[in-house]
Design a protein around this ligand. Structure first.
Ligand SMILES: *Cc1c(COP(=O)(O)O)cnc(C)c1O
Length: 379
């Protein structure tokens, strides 16, 4: 076996990126409406992030997290200020799955309980704890036994959730919009029901905002948009615009008895510099506002195109720039044709959903370009 063996590679070699575009080794320009799973949140090779990383790597590349460093203290302060309500204690790590592992540990430690309620179709990562809360058998079966004590409930059913949560429940894990599971937004009532059920029993409410966070749904956090505050919020993906950073934000109740946890690379100065530059851009340039506005425009144009050209589309779902297009034929064929014939990149979410997670800085012209290509491929 030579080279990588886990990922199947796509037949496009990439060399550079700028804003909403990626460039192939042969010079071909691709419109990137996947942002590599929402990671390039403010666009590829954003100059503010590049400059911050260049400066930091030359000054201090790494020092263990037990020595304070200005750039990390800045990030703690930013995340504490930006976290919803009282969710202002910050743990830093290197990925989404690690952020969820930490959330599981903190919730179990703080409540002294072990049971966790998660949702059907949910995705929380691929390490043995986070994987246990992930729904799809394909991801889990070959690796069992996983962490125990997980109960699954149908997503969106407040009564079923309330029934599953009891005095033994440490935490309820929810994505405010299910991403990997096909782009299914939760209603505000569902998230309120989850808050109520966890308040009634003393369980921790965890929002996995790894895909929905950092402005994706039109507010900084998806839960801000519906006004429901969790006890724990996890984020990663787009938070450092391409450098590996995850974070677990917790309120005081959880922080007070979170237990012992650690990670060597936690909060390395270079990734912190990238995250600071990303978050400053997100806030200063009202990136969530742009995602809300361009997202609404894009969904409107897609609906209109489906109608006008009678395209084989069952449903368009989403919030902000987190959009799922449920197609009648396989999503993978649509994605392949988009990439190879139209030079437009997007993502699947299951077999039938074309998932759009473009950089949050796109404008209406980018949205038009995507819709034209989509019509070309499906028409
Ligand atoms: C991607 C994702 C994860 C896992 O993040 P990694 O950085 O790949 O470990 C967890 N939860 C959600 C909702 C995700 O979208």
């Amino acid at each position: 076996m030579t080279g990588g063996f886990v990922f199947s590679e796509k037949p496009i070699e990439l060399e550079a990126g700028k804003g909403a575009y990626l460039y192939g080794a042969d010079g071909t320009e691709y419109l990137d409406f996947g942002a590599s799973y929402a990671v390039a949140s403010i666009g590829h090779s954003h100059p503010a992030v590049t400059e911050a990383v260049r400066g930091q790597i030359g000054q201090l590349t790494y020092v263990q997290a037990s020595y304070p460093v200005g750039v990390r203290t800045d990030l703690y302060e930013k995340l504490a200020a930006l976290g919803p309500g009282d969710v202002d204690n910050v743990w830093l790590c290197n990925s989404g799955t690690e952020a969820n592992e930490a959330a599981m540990k903190f919730a179990r430690s703080a409540t002294g309980r072990s049971k966790i309620v998660a949702t059907k179709r949910g995705f929380h990562g691929r390490t043995l704890g986070a994987l246990a809360m992930t729904w799809k058998d394909k991801y889990k079966k070959p690796f069992e036994p996983l962490a125990g004590g997980i109960e699954f409930v149908p997503y969106g059913d407040g009564d079923a959730l309330a029934e599953a949560v009891d005095e033994e429940t440490a935490a309820v894990f929810l994505e405010p919009v299910q991403g990997e599971g096909g782009i299914h937004p939760a209603s505000a009532e569902y998230l309120r029901a989850a808050r109520e059920a966890t308040d009634d029993t003393g369980a921790a409410l965890v929002f996995d905002e790894i895909q929905t966070g950092v402005g994706r749904t039109g507010s900084l956090w998806a839960c801000d948009g519906v006004g429901v505050e969790p006890d724990i919020l996890t984020a990663a993906k787009g938070i450092a615009n391409g450098l590996p950073l995850g974070t677990t934000l917790v309120n005081d109740r959880i922080a007070e008895d979170a237990g012992d946890h650690g990670s060597t690379f936690s909060g390395g100065p270079v990734v912190c510099a990238a995250a600071n530059a990303t978050l400053e851009t997100v806030v200063d340039e009202d990136v969530p506002g742009n995602a809300a506005q361009v997202g609404e425009y894009l969904r409107g144009e897609l609906e209109a195109a489906v109608e006008a050209h009678d395209l084989p589309v069952r449903e368009i779902r989403g919030v902000g720039l987190m959009i799922g297009i449920e197609v009648k034929r396989g999503a993978n064929r649509v994605l392949k044709n988009l990439a190879l014939r139209e030079q437009v990149l997007a993502l699947p979410a299951g077999r039938t959903v074309v998932r759009l997670l473009p950089p949050l800085t796109i404008d209406e012209a980018h949205a038009d370009q995507f819709v034209d290509s989509f019509v070309e491929v499906l028409g």
